[in-house]
Write a protein of this length. Sequence first.
Length: 120
Amino acid sequence: MLGAHRERQRAERHLAGARWHEPIADLVFTTTIGTPLQPRTVAEPFHALVARAGLRRQRFHDPRHCCATLLLVQGVSPRVIMETLGHNQIGVTLHTYTHVVPALHQEATARMEAFLRSAL
């Protein structure tokens, strides 16, 4: 899907010609002339999609938090989660995007108990 999106973006670049603004960063999503998307431009369709799906209203970044937390619960390395989310510092990933859930507490407790039992 991202490859097809990149091809559409190349076509938009070609159609825009001199109006194309080369993004400062390697942006995945831009306007049809290469400028960054405005938050409202992205948030409004997102909120409409969430409502159509019958889900409670949520912030635009909530799915990122959910993704990071679910990956962590499944035992995915924090480093892999960091790279998946596109962060360059693991602290951002661990402090901002992952949330300790009861399953993680239970797993940590069970592991410590198993370790202590084996040491005795």
